[in-house]
Structure formats: structure tokens, C-alpha cells
Design a protein. Structure first.
Lengths: 464, 285, 330
């Protein structure tokens, strides 16, 4: 019966379908910003049809403009260069005119004029390209408020030094290996926690990336935010790690432990972690905003030379500190009581429980450790690149790659795997465009699954 | 209750020694080995199982009984060796092909398909179903008649195992003993020539145990070969026609139940492993 | 407060092309996750190859849109095989991670400058659905149903879209209520048991992955053809998470679960959106607390919270059966 009712509902939907608001006119619209993303006001835009002007508008304080059009058809839309501030220009020579813009019935078409500093203007004669434009911003708006989706932005900007193409190959190789090691160190610090959580609870925590972002953002607020106390970054790291540990512990006590007590299935837990990830990530977006920021200290540094490769003191410190932290974690796992208990719970939870280990306490410690380590990794990541609301999610897939490469559930494997991922990502830039470097790291993950699913360090046994 | 039946009679003249040849073996295994990280869990030189008989596989905990089962039935494909079923090579065949050949197993921890009904559990057991092909499945007329026949057969088995009142319940709601019966009935839907039962009596209350044992002997009398893993000697004595004892992965003794009960190697294996656990009256009977 | 405009935004959202595309993709995911128990966290990858199958065929190679549809379906099947052949032999965790990774790899590749000659890179591809629009038999004009108004183009595209949903639902119903469906549900419950009964579990899982993937590709095609625009960043991993929310909301492992869940999900999303904006416009929420640009993020935070609470307290969704759910021992 229920099925029938729903079929009726669908039938109704077929009879009365609809999407766009039909009472609206055709229009072209857009938002113009300067290269830093600040809106540009008082620019004049005109729409022409067959050489005759059909409408014009001036951008407001938000940089927004809209021109209503008389009917569907093909229009030429022009940005008046005289209204553009000194030193700025369209990304391409001639980019101020978007010609032949097709507007359908009832469509409000979004157009993008890309503005760059005058000296960065490209000549389409050397690099032919379509006019930059974007159709109707998709209403599902998965990312409506972020800056992703704006044409021209590359996925991850390489900030680490890249040797000039004319440098000898061995120097370029040395440089990318060094960069890769440093990147891998950051992934490893964040991934160890993920791996320990998986080891002790069998949960693949999709919300782990948000622990990374959380740490980076906490450090930003106490370090560089206008309203914050402006602590030095080193103190900010301490605050962030403590906050991260508390968040990790809080999540275990407030969410995961109750779910374990209710014997929630493993697969349901996966999906709960996805919900948690979406929730935390977008909460951070609301609080932090979509604009990336940097920390107050250690931003501009000149590189020091290490023979074939060069590195900034900041990045060198990050590399050394990551290795020290990883060693400390390994020592803790091997030498301390709690470390032994963690390994025991990872090996066999029931056995550990029956031999008197307080499993819930061990798991709480693991979560706090994971929270603290991720926060630390987050600050390191924010230092080498920028602090942004989705940085953790970008790192999450690389962490997954790292722990699978190293053999699911082994903390040491996660460390080794993460370094491999970091190095592969940077190594790929020797031959392939840097925008694809994360893709290569993930591709390695898939290839490893095909040829050696137990991971690099995993024991050779059938996994399924 | 074990009257002298055909199988017992056929095995009467077979010597009670490890690896002995049987008059009409359905399963012949040679050099079956399986090791985990250097430890030989199974290391069987030669083993034959008589057609139409109930063979019990006994041994102390960790003797490798279940591992041997897993290797023979294709569930553990890390093993090596040669084994033939009804004269055809079956070593290293994947589990579903083993089942197609007619050797069907059950599990120590029953695997009821919880969110399928009892009837659906049985229906699943039927092989060569046309409707199980993806494209044919959408065209109902292609498989409707066969489905009706399958349901008829399933209903007969449900009645035989007294599960008919639970026909449309989810299998997950059944008690432990009912699940054992369900698993047995489901395995029979495959029309097995040999049933491999992994501890069929584990976790079943005594009343149900008795009826399970009767079902098993009935199946033997109808011509199905049965091999079961058991670690309680009690069960083995009354039911089986032949007993194979494993210890540390090797066959240390085989023979008719009475002979095995008094076999010093078997007593040693049990005493050594279990610190005096085996019931003495069984061993001396 | 203009409640009727809030509700109409919700209804437009629930019936619109994006909802249709997502519903189709969720039906595919239901076959994977709801019936076979496969943890596919990269359903968006199938949507992407489907959408770009059409877009590239038409916009880049000038082929017919119908050829493009075939290309998209084929691409989804190939993707399913490439992912499934290695990963389906492994534990379910591995499939989860490799599918989400594959989705990201594809998105990054499609938006890269390397692929730009084919895919238009970050600019995407436009205007590849004209053939479908040209078939529109609905006379031009505005069609009003109560407070809702649709153009002839909308009526046509919605009819095609929901018609496709109905067709797919019927096929899925037939598949699930057949011996084939019984086998994949058995695999969901316990692979080893299915194997012990002579079922080639691996082959069935592969079939399920291909079938659900192809349906996902159809979903990707539907909304990009409607928008006449395909952008790689519309295929973010978050899309898959939306699909899971829709599925769990409606009831995983129910034929109509993803349809009902999808309608409700989009209705709630867009009416919540309109509601918040209304609150801001009328000054109930002062700009110091929230600005309009926060609405999208807040909405997604709410989706996350909703998914979390649903999974924790009502994992069977609307159409599910509590009694059945407590038997879920995975």
C-alpha cells in the first residue's frame, strides 16, 4: 500500500514538474572581484545585441551586476575598461568582451570577467582559450559559498620551492624528494591517529580530516585573527593540540562510546562519521569563513641551500619536528604501558578486555591522541600552505592512501605509507602538471590495491 | 541407536590405522597442507572418506579440524595438496564451484541470512536457477515455473525439519537450534552428495541435539555422505560409522568409534591438550 | 514571513532536475549499498563519467547526444569493472576507500589543463542537450499548478526525468524481487553463506556494481543535460554523501527509499534555505550573527547532523522496518 502511495506521488510529480522559476526574465549577471577576491564596485557592463545596446548596469559594493534582457538570444556583453581601476586588466587581452553569449528562455546566466594584475595579462594569441564564463550556478550548491568552482583557480597551489625547469635533473629530483618528504611528514602525523582509531575500534573515521582543520583554525584564532589574543605561533600550537585532544576525547565520550554501547554496526558507524564530517566541516566554514588565511609568523623566508636542493628554515623545521613526533609516537607505542595496551586492543579487543585492560579507557586515550596529533598536523599543513575550512578534507584522502599503502590498521605502516604518498605526489610534478599531484598520490593507492592489497608492510595473507 | 547399517558393514573389514584405504571412497585427499606463519595447522598425508557413511572428524581444540574443512571446501585457498571428490580433482577450486560439485558445508557459527525469510533462505540453496541471471531475472515468465518447484521442495524440507511455522519469519529471529536446522535444510536444497557439517551440535540444547542427530542419520540412510567436525566424543560414539582423529594438524588415528574410544594415541592427544577433560566412561566403553 | 514562497522553493527543489539526477544516482547506490551491502563512497564518479560521456561526445566531438548517452553508460560500466575487479575481492573497507579516491582522481583529472581539450577543464562544457530540447512536444507557454509555474521546457524535461526515474524503479523492483535479487541480498547478509550454497559471490558483486554505476551515470546525465552545462566541481565527493543521506532518509534496501528520500531531502534543503534567507531579510536574524552567504554552509552542516542522527536513531529510514533493522548484524 505504502508503495502505491509513493507511486502516486511520482505520477503527480510527472504531471506537475518544474524547476526554474518561470516568472523571471532572461538576464545576464555576475560578480566581479579583484585578484584578491575583493569585490570591485562602479564598473560598467553593457549588453549589446547586433551592435545595439539593450541594457547596462554598474557593479555595486558587492561587485555584483545584473542586466535584464528583452528575450532569449545571443548577446555580446562588454566590461567598460575605463571604469577598471589602474593596474588591473582582464585575464586575457580582449577578455573584456564576451561575445555570442547564448541565453535560453527564462535563464539567468552568470558570466565571469576575470580580473588580474595588468602585468599578468595573457595574450590569447599565444594561448587560445574560451571566454571565461560559467552557466547558471548549479542550484544544488554543494560548494556555493566556497571559492571552488571559480574557473582559473588551480586545485592546490604549490608554495614550496620548485626548481626552475632548466635546472639539472638530479637537482630537480633532489628538490621534489625533499618537498615530498616534508609533505609526507605532515600526512603521516595526521594519519597515525586515523590508523590508531581504526586499529582499536575498526572505525574508518571520515571525520578525521575535520580534526586536522579544527587544529589549524584554533591555532589561527589564537595566533593571527583580528579578535584573537595574538599569541606567538608556538604557543598557538600548544593551544591547538590541547583543543584537538579535547575534541577527540569529547567525540569519543559524547558520540562514539554511546554508539559502541548500543552495538551500532560498523557500516552504520562509517556513515555516521560521514554525517559528522559534513557537520563539522561546514560549521567550521560558517565560523571561519571561506577565505584562506596565513599565520602571523614564519611566512616569508629565504631558502637555505642543502647542496642540490633548497628549503626554507620553516619547512626544514617542520620536516625535522614531524620526524621527531613520529618517533615519539612509536616509542610510546613500544615502551609505555598505555602503548602496550593500545597495541593489545588493536590485536584482539576481546582478549585485551578479558586480560584486564580497560578497553574504553584505551580507546579514549587513542581518540585524544588522534585529536592532538591531527591538530598538530593541521597547523603544520596550514603553515606550509594556507589555513582553509576544507584543508582537512583535502588531506583526508591522502591519509587514507597512506594508511592503505602501509597496511590498514598498522600505525607504523601508516607512517611509511604517508611518506610514500607525499613523495609520489611531489615526484609527479617532475613530469606532470602540479595541479594533478594529489591525483597521482590517489592513483598510487588504487594501483596498490590491485597489486598488493595488504599494503607495503602488511602480512601476505588473503584479506577478504 | 546405531544399528548395524550398510555403511558400518562396508567399513567392518577396514583396518583401524591412519590413512587406510576405504572400499568406496568419495573423497581422497593427499598431502593437504596449510600453514599460518610457519605453523602447520594442517598436514594430512592421506585421507579417504567412505561414500554413504558418516565420518566424524575429532580432535582437541586447535587440532586443525575446521582448517582442514575450510581447505577442502574451498573457503581457505591458502592450502596446498591434491584432493579428489568422486574421482574428479577438486583441489584449489573456489568455494562456490565446490558446492556445485555436490560438496556442501555448514558453519560452526551458523550463518543464517538474517534479513531474508526462512523460506528465502531455503530458496537460495537451489542451484541452476534461471532467475539468478541478471538479465533473465527481469523477465518473470522465464523462471516462474522453476520458482514454484523450488518453493515446493523448500516447503517439504521445512516440514521435515519442523520449521514450517516459521516459513515467513526473518531468519534472524530464529533461536540458535532453529538456525542449525535451517542451515541444514538450506544445505540440502543444493542437493549435496556430501555434507560437511562444522560442529552441527555446538550450542544446541539436548532435546534438539537428539533430533538433529536423527536427521543426520536419516540423511545417511537416504544415501548422503556426511562428514562432521565434533569435539565432544559423546556425540561421535552413537552417530558415526567411522572416526578420524586429528591432532596438531595430522591424522593420528582412524577407525570405528569403539576402536577410537580406546585408542591410546587419541587418549593421549585429548589428555595432553585438555588436562584430563575427556569423559572417562566414553573412552572405556 | 512569506511561508508560501518558502514552501514553493522547497517543491521546486524536490521536483527539479538536480533532484531527479540525484534520485537516479541514489537508486544506483541503493543497489550497491542497500541490497548488496557494497560500500561505494564514490558514486559521484559514475555520475561524472555519465555526464561527461554526453558532454564530451556532443560538445567536443560533435556527435549525436544519443551516442553520448551510450558512451556515458559504457564509461560507467568500464569504471565499475576497473574498480570492482580488484577491490571486490577485498574487505569492504577497501572498496570504500578506493571508490572515494577514484572519484577524486577523476574529478581532478577532468578539471586539469591536461584534459582541457576534451573536457573544457575548469570551464566545463556547455550546450550539449539541444537534441532533447528540440524534441519538446509541449506547446510554449507558462503552465501553472497552484502557486507553481513552469515553462514548456521545464514541463518537458521534468517529464522525461521523472519518467526515467519511474522506468528505473520498475526495473529495480523486478530485479530485486527475483532470484537474482535474492542472491545479492544474501550476499549483503553473509557472503560466505552465499558462497557455501554455490553462488559466485564475486560475479554478483561485480554485476551489482556495474548496474548501480550505470544508473548513477544516468543520474549524472539527467541534470547536466537539463542545465546544458557540465562542470567538474559539480562532482565533488560531497555529492556521494548527499546520496547516502537521501538513501538513509528514505530507507536503504527499499525500492522506493531513494525516491522518497530524495524528494524529501531536496524539499527540506531548499525550503530551509528559503526560510533562513527570509529570516535574514526580515531582520529576525541580525547580520552580525549570520550573513546570506552562510546559508549554504549552514544547510550542509544540517545535512551532516541529520545524517548522523538518522543513522544513530532511525537507521531504517522512513520506509524501513525497525524489526528488520535490528537484525542487521554487520
Amino acid at each position: 500500500m505504502r508503495a502505491l502511495a509513493v507511486i502516486a506521488l511520482i505520477a503527480l510529480a510527472v504531471l506537475a514538474p518544474g524547476a526554474a522559476l518561470a516568472d523571471e526574465h532572461e538576464a545576464v549577471q555576475g560578480t566581479i572581484t579583484d585578484p584578491d577576491g575583493e569585490p570591485l564596485a562602479d564598473l560598467t557592463i553593457t549588453a549589446n545585441r547586433d551592435g545595439a545596446e539593450v541594457g547596462s548596469d554598474t557593479t555595486d559594493e558587492e561587485g555584483e551586476w545584473e542586466i535584464e534582457l528583452p528575450e532569449p538570444g545571443s548577446y555580446d556583453v562588454e566590461l567598460d575598461l575605463d571604469t577598471l581601476p589602474e593596474g588591473l586588466a582582464p585575464r586575457e587581452v580582449g577578455g573584456e568582451v564576451l561575445s555570442g553569449v547564448e541565453v535560453d528562455e527564462g535563464q539567468q546566466r552568470t558570466l565571469i570577467f576575470q580580473i588580474v594584475p595588468e602585468d599578468e595579462q595573457e595574450d590569447p594569441a599565444t594561448e587560445p582559450e574560451e571566454p571565461a564564463e560559467e552557466e547558471e550556478a548549479p542550484p544544488e550548491g554543494a560548494e556555493t559559498d566556497s571559492d571552488t568552482g571559480v574557473p582559473g583557480e588551480t586545485e592546490t597551489d604549490l608554495e614550496t620551492p620548485v626548481p626552475p625547469q632548466h635546472a639539472p635533473f638530479h637537482e630537480r629530483l633532489a628538490q621534489v624528494l625533499l618537498n615530498g618528504l616534508q609533505y609526507g611528514g605532515i600526512i603521516a602525523i595526521a594519519a597515525v591517529g586515523l590508523s590508531l582509531v581504526f586499529g582499536t575500534t575498526r572505525l574508518i573515521n571520515f571525520a578525521h580530516g575535520e580534526l586536522v582543520t579544527f587544529g589549524a583554525i584554533v591555532a589561527f584564532f589564537v595566533n593571527a585573527a583580528a579578535a584573537g589574543p595574538g599569541l606567538h605561533l608556538i604557543l598557538a600550537i600548544v593551544v591547538a593540540v590541547i583543543a584537538g585532544a579535547l575534541l577527540g576525547g569529547g567525540l569519543d565520550r559524547g558520540l562514539w562510546r554511546p554508539l559502541r554501547m548500543r552495538r551500532t554496526g560498523r557500516i552504520n558507524m562509517f556513515i555516521i562519521s560521514i554525517g559528522l564530517a559534513l557537520f563539522l566541516r561546514h560549521l567550521l566554514l560558517v565560523i571561519y569563513g571561506s577565505r584562506p588565511n596565513s599565520y602571523a609568523e614564519y611566512q616569508i623566508q629565504s631558502t637555505i641551500s642543502l647542496g642540490w636542493a633548497e628549503i626554507t628554515p620553516r619547512d626544514l623545521t617542520i620536516l625535522v619536528v614531524s620526524v621527531i613526533v613520529l618517533f615519539a609516537v612509536a616509542l610510546m607505542l613500544q615502551r609505555t604501558r598505555i602503548g602496550t595496551a593500545i597495541r593489545a586492543v588493536s590485536d584482539n579487543r576481546d582478549l585485551a578486555a578479558s586480560s584486564g585492560i580497560n578497553v574504553n579507557y584505551v580507546i579514549l586515550v587513542v581518540w585524544m591522541l588522534a585529536g592532538g596529533l591531527s591538530a598538530f598536523g593541521g597547523v603544520m599543513f596550514g603553515l606550509t600552505e594556507v589555513v582553509s575550512w576544507d584543508m582537512g578534507f583535502k588531506l583526508l584522502l591522502l591519509m587514507f592512501a597512506g594508511i592503505i599503502l602501509g597496511g590498514l590498521g598498522s600505525a607504523y605502516g601508516a607512517m611509511v605509507g604517508s611518506f610514500v604518498v607525499g613523495i609520489v605526489a611531489h615526484l609527479s610534478t617532475l613530469w606532470f602538471p602540479p595541479e594533478l599531484w594529489n591525483a597521482w598520490a590517489l592513483l598510487v593507492l588504487i594501483v596498490v590495491l590491485i597489486v598488493r592489497p595488504q599494503g607495503i608492510l602488511g602480512r601476505k595473507e588473503r584479506v577478504g | 541407536m546405531s544399528d548395524r547399517n550398510n555403511a558400518t558393514a562396508a567399513l567392518a573389514d577396514v583396518a583401524a590405522e591412519p590413512g587406510v584405504a576405504k572400499p568406496d571412497p568419495i573423497l581422497v585427499a593427499d598431502n593437504v597442507q596449510r600453514s599460518f606463519g610457519g605453523l602447520h595447522a594442517v598436514d594430512v598425508d592421506h585421507l579417504e572418506m567412505q561414500r554413504g557413511a558418516i565420518t566424524a572428524l575429532i580432535g582437541p581444540n586447535g587440532a586443525g579440524k575446521t582448517t582442514l574443512f575450510n581447505v577442502l571446501t574451498g573457503f581457505d585457498r591458502g592450502g596446498s595438496g591434491d584432493w579428489r571428490f568422486e574421482g574428479k580433482k577438486m583441489s584449489r577450486l573456489p568455494a562456490h564451484r565446490v558446492a556445485h560439485r555436490g560438496m556442501v558445508r555448514t558453519f560452526q557459527l551458523t550463518k543464517a541470512l538474517s534479513r531474508l525469510t526462512v523460506l528465502e533462505n531455503l530458496q537460495l540453496g537451489a542451484t541452476e536457477q534461471r532467475g539468478e541471471e541478471m538479465f533473465a531475472s527481469v523477465v518473470r515468465p522465464l523462471w516462474r515455473r522453476q520458482e514454484r518447484e523450488i518453493i515446493e521442495r523448500a516447503d517439504e524440507l521445512l516440514a521435515r525439519f519442523r520449521l514450517d511455522h516459521l516459513r515467513d519469519e526473518f531468519a534472524g529471529t530464529l533461536s540458535g537450534g532453529q538456525r542449525k536446522l535451517l542451515e541444514l535444510a538450506r544445505a540440502l536444497m543444493v542437493r549435496p552428495r556430501m555434507l560437511m557439517l562444522d560442529e552441527p551440535m555446538a550450542g544446541v540444547n539436548p532435546a534438539l541435539t537428539q533430533s538433529l542427530l536423527e536427521h543426520i542419520t536419516d540423511l545417511r540412510d537416504e544415501g548422503t555422505t556426511i562428514c562432521f567436525v565434533e569435539h565432544d566424543m559423546d556425540m561421535v560414539m552413537g552417530t558415526s560409522d567411522w572416526v578420524v582423529c586429528l591432532a596438531e594438524g595430522q591424522v593420528i588415528a582412524e577407525g570405528p568409534p569403539q576402536a577410537i574410544g580406546s585408542n591410546p594415541a587419541v587418549i593421549d592427544a585429548y589428555l595432553g591438550k585438555q588436562h584430563g577433560a575427556p569423559p572417562a566412561e566414553e573412552l572405556t566403553s | 514571513m512569506d511561508y508560501s514562497s518558502i514552501l514553493t522553493s522547497g517543491v521546486y527543489g524536490a521536483l527539479g532536475p538536480v533532484a531527479i539526477g540525484y534520485v537516479l544516482a541514489a537508486i544506483g547506490l541503493n543497489i550497491h549499498f542497500g541490497y548488496t551491502g557494497l560500500l561505494n563512497f564514490g558514486q559521484v564518479a559514475f555520475m561524472l563519467v555519465g555526464a561527461y560521456g554526453v558532454a564530451i561526445s556532443v560538445s567536443t566531438f560533435g556527435l549525436s547526444m544519443w551516442v553520448g548517452v551510450l558512451v556515458g553508460i559504457l564509461a560507467a560500466a568500464v569504471l565499475a569493472l576497473i574498480l570492482g575487479i580488484p577491490a571486490l575481492r577485498l574487505r569492504s573497507d577497501y572498496l570504500a576507500i578506493s571508490t572515494i579516491a577514484a572519484g577524486e582522481v577523476l574529478r581532478l583529472f577532468y578539471r586539469s589543463s591536461v584534459a582541457e581539450p576534451l573536457t573544457g577543464g575548469v570551464y566545463g562544457l556547455q550546450r550539449f542537450g539541444d537534441e532533447l530540447l528540440d524534441l519538446n512536444p509541449v506547446p510554449p507557454g507558462i503552465y501553472e499548478v497552484g502557486p507553481l509555474a513552469f515553462t514548456a521546457r521545464d514541463v518537458w524535461l521534468m517529464s522525461v526525468g521523472w519518467g526515467l526515474v519511474a522506468l528505473v524503479v520498475i526495473v529495480v523492483y523486478l530485479l530485486i524481487h527475483s532470484p537474482w535479487g535474492r542472491v545479492i541480498r544474501a550476499i549483503r547478509e553473509d557472503e560466505e553463506a552465499a558462497r557455501s550454497l554455490g553462488k559466485n559471490v564475486y560475479a554478483y558483486k561485480l554485476q551489482s556494481l556495474v548496474l548501480g554505476g550505470v544508473i548513477g551515470a544516468l543520474g549524472g546525465m539527467v541534470f547536466t543535460i537539463h542545465q546544458q552545462s557540465a562542470h567538474p566541481d559539480g562532482f565533488d565527493p560531497v555529492v556521494t554523501f548527499f546520496l547516502y543521506t537521501m538513501l538513509v532518509l528514505g530507507g536503504a534496501g527499499r525500492v522506493l527509499g531513494p525516491v522518497l528520500g530524495g524528494l524529501l531531502f531536496w524539499f527540506l534543503m531548499l525550503s530551509f534555505d528559503a526560510f533562513l534567507r527570509e529570516l535574514m531579510a526580515t531582520g529576525y536574524i541580525p547580520p552580525e550573527i549570520l550573513v546570506p552567504s552562510d546559508v549554504g554552509a549552514l544547510r550542509l552542516a544540517l545535512v551532516g547532523l541529520g545524517l548522523l542522527l538518522l543513522m544513530a536513531f532511525r537507521p531504517q529510514g522512513i520506509l524501513g522496518n525497525r524489526r528488520e533493522m535490528v537484525l542487521d548484524v554487520r
